[in-house]
Design a protein around this ligand. Structure first.
Ligand SMILES: *Cc1c(COP(=O)(O)O)cnc(C)c1O
Length: 481
């Protein structure tokens, strides 16, 4: 068995403890789970992280093997949720979360090669892994708001998949409006239609002139705008919301257990944009799951891979790619990892983020950089590589990959650390969600699953707005009470 590194935080929670969440920048009040979910971004601009993590000894991990997915999820999530739900309520909520998934195993593993597995995370209602987080977040919000009798506006920016998953998770919920900003003309046809064809009156689709980072900047500005929030509390659905990360921790356990953890270690290759999905893997690892490598797979928008190799985290413009859900300029959740890499020093984290804001870059060096390189690998695949992976994998195995998953498969095949352990590539989207790239690579157009075939004929409903926070504010003020 390979050497197991000691996790950075090792603290066992007593059952009576209520988990608290603190800001990566150190100047916001500590919150419980419910408050952290409602808050999203912390008041000091930081992100909420658990104050400590539950640590599972190998026999405790072994005891989770073979549990149905919702029960596994309940076991993993309970220590993070405090008194918000008792175990039976949580199990009922989680049971409902995975009903809309169209595969009995929820997150099935499929063998791709001798030591390589795909974990299919695209069997949810919108065909991307974000359904795991947003089916959960929608139900958690419904539960919280029902007990508080409060109304919220769920607000998020999307480069494609978050928006449709958030809408699927929140449409028709009482006490909730949902407004999603997406870059006009830069999301795929199917992604757009999955948002704009939803008819519930509480759904507002905003097509913004600009790129994803413009959308994200506007959303951040609204969250820091106290006056705007006096009208209606805002809730973040982008991957900075802790509830989303938490829901994603579960499938790392699920995959590793299926492949023999805790006796065996596993590597994961994760198609990465905002660093939410792979950060969930980092949490699983610190909870004691034997993960021998976490592979950051980037497309041409490779700020993380560049930082990994040079230490310099520097903004460049966004280049549209075949894997648009990873087209980002900065990776929001990377701040959470920076906090851990700096021994949870909020002043050091805040200083880096301030340098990023002022100079468009910061520099990692010394121990934090060494740690990043010790616990992660990082590989970039450009569009040409992405296409050749889709083509080769189809020829060799018959499997059709979506372009995001293809970036992950390339990274899994390229990363060199701990190759004696199997690697699981997270298949983050169904190929039919990105038919043009698949067509370009293979000459075949993947078919949409039967339940989505009518998408092309339904009427669309959205509002086009300038890439400007004031335009968005005044529009929202006119459509919500
Ligand atoms: C959102 C998304 C990603 C990137 O996930 P992050 O959590 O932002 O790193 C990768 N692939 C697909 C298909 C996505 O929708």
């Amino acid at each position: 068995m390979a050497e197991q590194r000691v996790p950075l935080i090792k603290k066992k929670l007593l059952l009576a403890d209520t988990m608290h969440y603190l800001s990566t920048r150190g100047h916001a009040p500590k919150l419980n789970f419910e408050e952290a979910v409602l808050a999203g971004l912390a008041g000091d601009g930081g992100l909420y992280v658990p104050e400590s993590l539950p640590y599972l000894e190998p026999p405790e991990i072994a005891a989770l093997a073979g549990l149905p997915y919702p029960e596994l999820a309940a076991r993993i999530m309970t220590p993070f949720m405090g008194e918000m739900l008792d175990e039976a309520e949580l199990l009922a909520l989680l049971g409902a979360c995975y009903v809309p998934f169209r595969h009995r195993a929820v997150a099935p593993l499929k063998q791709l090669g001798p030591n390589h597995w795909l974990m299919e995370l695209f069997h949810g209602p919108t065909l991307a892994f974000k359904d795991f987080a947003l089916q959960f977040l929608g139900r958690v919000l419904a539960h919280i708001l029902a007990t508080r009798g409060e109304r919220v506006l769920v607000l998020g920016a999307t480069s494609g998949d978050t928006g449709s998953a958030a809408i699927a998770g929140c449409s028709g919920l009482p006490h909730v409006d949902v407004a999603i900003l997406y870059p006009h003309g830069r999301v795929s046809d199917i992604q757009r239609r999955q948002m704009t064809t939803v008819t519930d009156a509480n759904v507002h689709c905003l097509a913004i002139d600009g790129d994803f980072d413009d959308c994200q900047r506007i959303v951040k500005a609204l969250f820091l705008d106290r006056a705007f929030q006096e009208r209606r509390r805002l809730v973040a659905v982008n991957s900075i919301n802790w509830a989303r990360i938490l829901a994603q921790v579960v499938y790392y356990f699920h995959a590793a257990l299926s492949l023999g953890a805790p006796a065996q270690a596993v590597r994961f290759s994760v198609p990465t944009g905002n660093f939410g999905d792979i950060y969930a893997g980092w949490i699983a690892r610190q909870m004691g799951l034997p993960i021998a490598d976490l592979i950051i797979a980037s497309n041409r928008n490779d700020i993380l891979t560049r930082c990994y190799h040079s230490g310099i985290y520097g903004m460049e413009g966004v280049t549209p790619s075949l894997s648009p859900s990873m087209d980002i300029q900065v990776s929001s959740n990377f701040e959470r990892l920076l906090f851990d890499l700096h021994d949870r020093d909020s002043a050091a984290t805040a200083a880096l983020m301030e340098s990023l804001r002022q100079n468009g870059s910061f520099m990692l060096s010394g121990r934090p950089l060494t740690r990043l390189r010790e616990h992660f690998s990082a590989v970039m695949a450009d569009d040409k590589t992405t296409l050749s992976v889709i083509r080769d994998v189809r020829q060799q195995t018959g499997e059709i990959l979506d372009p995001h998953t293809a970036v992950g498969v390339y990274a899994a095949n390229t990363a060199t650390r701990a190759r004696e352990w199997p690697v699981v590539t997270l298949a983050t989207a169904h190929p039919a969600k990105f038919p043009d790239a698949v067509m370009q690579a293979t000459g075949h157009r993947p078919a949409l699953p039967a339940h989505l075939k009518s998408l092309g004929e339904l009427p669309e409903r959205y509002t086009r707005l300038a890439g400007d926070a004031n335009a968005v504010k005044s529009h929202l003020a006119s459509v919500i009470s």
